[in-house]
Structures are given as C-alpha cells and as structure tokens.
Ligand binder design. Structure first.
Ligand code: UD1
Ligand code: MG
Length: 451
C-alpha cells in the first residue's frame, strides 16, 4: 500500500522571537523542516503535502529548494491543526493509501517509528497516534485509552478534567490513518473547545463513535522533542549532535574528542575515518573511508576521498573535491576546485575556481587570484606541476603538466607543459653595498641634533 505525508508548518512560532519563520531556523546546518522531511522521505511516500502559512513567502521557496516535487498548500488563517490538515486534503485527490501527519517543528521522529505506525494501521487500526510518556505532560494533549490497547480519545490540556490531566501518556502530534477516511473524519470536526479551533485530535473520538478502532503507539520521548523557542532549538542541536557523534563512532570513525566535532543533517563519514578535535561539518560534506581530518577544520559542500589528509586548520568551501591521497595542510582554503590524486597544498594557500592535476605541488603562500572584482575566472593546472612559494596565479590561466613556476612570480600568461615560468623582478647583488649603507646610516644617527 502506498503512503502520503502531510507536513504541518503554518504555525506562528511566536516564541522564537524572530523575523525568520520557525521552520527555517537552522538545526544541524539544515532548516528545521528539512529534518521532518528527511523522516518523511524515509518511508518512501508517494507524495508529500506541506501546509504553510506564516512566512510562506520565505518558507515556500526554501521548501522548493529542498525538494521541487513537494506539493505546497496555504493555510491563510491558523484555525487549528484539523483546519491545517483539511487544507492539504484536496492535494490527496487520486491518492489511495495511508497518510501520515507530521509537524515541521518536530525534527526527530525516527523512520522506524513511522514504519511501526504504518504497520499498526495495516494490522487493522483505523487511526494510529504516536504517544510518549512524560512525567511533566504540561500543555500536551492526553491520550485516553481503555487499558486494553484501544485509544478512545485525545483531550487537549485546556479541555481536560483534572483526572485527565493526571494522565502521563501524551500526544506528540503524529497521526497515521487512511486517506479517504481522514477526509471523512475531518468533515465532522467542529470548534466547540477551549480554543475555538479545529482540533485534528478530535478524529480519534469521531472514529471511535463510528465503531472504528484507534490505537496509540508509544515512542521514546527523545523523538518527540519539539522546537518552540531558541532554548528548545539549542537543546535540539545538542540532542542532534549527541546522536550524530554516537552514530559516527558506531559506523567506524575515530573521533578523538567527539564533543568538539559538529555534524550536519546530511554529513556522510565512511569507515576508518580519523577525525581530530574541533572539526565543523557544514551541509553537504562526504568523507570516504580512510581519510584523516587532523583537527581544527571547517568544511561545507565538499568531498574528501579515501586516503586524503586534511588540516589542521584547513577550510574546504563549496565545490572543493579532493581526490585520493590529496594533502591539504594548515591555513589552506579551497573553494570550487577539483584537486586530483596525490596533489599537495600544504601551507597557507588559496585555491578557488580551479583544477589542480595529479601529484602537483602548490607551495606555501601561493594564491589563485580568481576574482577580478566583478567576475570569477578559472585556473587549470596540469599534473606533476610545481607552483613555488608566494606565487600569484592570475586567472583565467592554464598551466601545463610538469610546469614549474618560480617562487614569488605573478603569473598572468599561460605556461606551457614542461616550461619554467619566472615572473618577478630579477635580482642583482651589489658587493659591499650593504656594509657601506649601514655605516652611513649609523653615522647619521650619532650626528643627529635633538629637537
Ligand atoms: C498539538 C496537539 C496536541 C499535542 C501537541 C504536540 C492538536 C489540537 N493538539 O497541540 O494534542 O500534544 O500538538 O506538540 O492538534 N499548525 C498549523 N496550523 C494551525 C495550527 C497548527 O499548521 O492552524 C501546525 C503548527 O505549525 C505546528 C503543529 O501544527 O507545527 C502543532 O501546532 P501547535 O499550535 O503547536 O499545537 P499544540 O497546541 O501544541
Ligand atoms: Mg505546540
């Protein structure tokens, strides 16, 4: 049976105290909503409908950038979770199967949990609700069960009796049901409650009244953590990082100081990768097995191949691609550049918008001048070339295989393969002149009349 996902993201997020819509705040290098989307994708849904509202002018383009196939609908007035889901229902036209409702501000629901909910659905429950047990259930909706595995109703905290408020089994918000049934049940939801809102949660009692079976599945409270404030966001970041560090270790990476390594939602680390202290993985980084990150590095949208050695203090920016056995050393920045097998850029260099051939060596202080103030230009460097220290390569430029660039050169013209390029003022030595000059200067100092 196929699955669809409805993702709710129309809410205000006023407690973030921000001009940025809540679901666009960053968690592990990705917008908050990307986390729920990743969980959604893991169950391979036939379609995903996102309900946006507050800040839709910013949220919609961000969603399209994450996935152009998303169906986006608007909820112009926030009249409750039931109303929000109802806006998505027309987008389910022609779809037959199960629907899972997720929240954009609840990032940690695990795919296995969603699969367990779908299984319970397919085993006969008309509505399946994800719950968690909380010693301090506060404002969460309470799950009312019959003690024999049946979920009878969800009561919002504000509408609950004191006895119901004492229940510790809470609604985390995630619900699985069947598409046609969802539309049917929603049609019966009204607004006679404390908030005068359409509560999605009412579909449980409505299903029961029709003689249908509803069921609660409990998950670990760490999965149901929601983000409503910056304090929550910081706590979510800490929770994400703790899990990611643990996963990296379990998958066979060595982290000498796990607590100082920061991962992004999509970081990929292979087996037997060594990661030293203070390394930040921004979005889009993949590291192949056996690479070594020495420490104090910052990476973003880049790829590090097997056997490469990077750092300490290296920065790989978007589009940096290191082939096998490349060495990138201290205070080296690489941007939008392919560095072929075995090439070495070991000290104090900038390489941008370039291609560096295999086994080429780029010396200390060498810089690719890729930007003329308006346009970016490319630099092609061949294999086994040697770029001396403190060379400025003024792009656009092509340097052939096995070319040698003398230290201190400013290179503005292409260099053929095998050529030596010297582009600097030539040196002349004046015998004895230094000694003479210094003597004259010292003499002037003693003669100097004060005032
Ligand atoms: C909801 C549940 C409650 C549950 C809690 C878990 C209902 C009636 N209550 O309460 O049982 O314990 O979540 O966090 O469902 N949203 C919209 N449009 C709206 C209203 C909400 O898109 O009109 C979205 C919000 O952006 C958010 C989610 O739905 O992502 C939940 O909304 P929120 O207002 O936080 O619901 P709660 O009152 O917390
Ligand atoms: Mg809430």
């Amino acid at each position: 049976m196929s699955t669809a996902v409805i993702l709710l993201a129309a809410g205000q997020g006023s407690r973030m105290n921000s001009d940025l819509p809540k679901v666009l705040h960053r968690l592990a290098g990705a917008p908050l909503i990307a986390h729920a989307l990743a969980s959604a994708r893991a169950v391979e849904p036939e379609r995903i409908v996102v309900v946006t509202g507050t800040g839709a002018d910013q949220v919609d383009p961000a969603l399209r950038a994450l996935d152009p196939d998303l169906r986006i609908v608007h909820q112009t007035e926030q009249r409750g979770t039931g109303h929000a889901v109802a806006q998505a229902v027309p987008e389910l036209a022609g779809f037959e199967g199960d629907v899972i409702i997720l929240y954009g501000d609840t990032p940690f629901i695990q795919p296995e949990t969603l699969r367990a909910m779908l299984k319970a659905r397919r085993d006969g429950a008309a509505v399946v609700v994800l719950g968690f047990d909380s010693p301090a259930p506060g404002g969460y909706g309470r799950l009312i069960t019959d003690g024999a595995g049946r979920l009878l109703a969800i009561v919002e905290a504000q509408d609950a009796t004191p006895a119901q408020r004492a229940i510790t089994l809470c609604n985390c918000g995630v619900i699985a049901t069947e598409a046609a049934l969802l539309s049917d049940l929603l049609a019966e939801v009204g607004t006679s409650n404390a908030k005068n809102e359409y509560y999605l949660t009412d579909i449980v009692a409505i299903a029961n009244a029709r003689g249908l079976r509803a069921k609660a599945i409990a998950c670990d409270p760490s999965e149901t953590m929601g983000v409503n404030s910056r304090v929550d966001l910081a706590a979510a970041e800490a929770a994400f990082q703790a899990r990611a560090r643990r996963a990296a270790l379990d998958n066979g990476a060595t982290l000498t100081d796990p607590g100082s390594v920061w991962f992004a939602l999509d970081t990929y680390i292979g087996r037997d990768v060594l990661i030293g202290p203070n390394v930040v993985f921004g979005p889009g980084v993949t590291v192949e097995s056996g690479a070594e990150i020495i420490g104090f590095c910052h990476f973003e949208d880049c790829h590090i191949s097997r056997g490469a050695r990077v750092g300490p203090f290296a920065r790989l920016r978007p589009g940096a691609e290191l082939a096998e056995d490349v060495h990138i050393g201290n205070f080296v920045e690489v941007k939008n550049a392919i560095i072929d097998e075995g090439a070495k850029i070991n000290h104090l260099a900038y390489v941008g918008d370039a291609h560096v051939g295999a086994k080429t060596n780029i010396g200390a202080g060498a810089i690719v001048c890729n930007y003329d103030g308006v346009f970016k230009h490319r630099t092609e460097i061949g294999a086994r070339a040697f770029i001396g220290s403190n060379v400025a390569l003024v792009a656009p430029l092509a340097i052939g295989d096995e070319a040698l660039i003398a230290a201190g050169s400013v290179v503005t013209e292409d260099v053929p393969a095998g050529a030596l390029a010297v582009g600097r003022a030539s040196q002349t030595n004046k015998p004895g002149l230094a000694t003479k000059l210094m003597a004259r200067l010292r003499a002037r100092k003693t003669e100097k009349v004060p005032g």
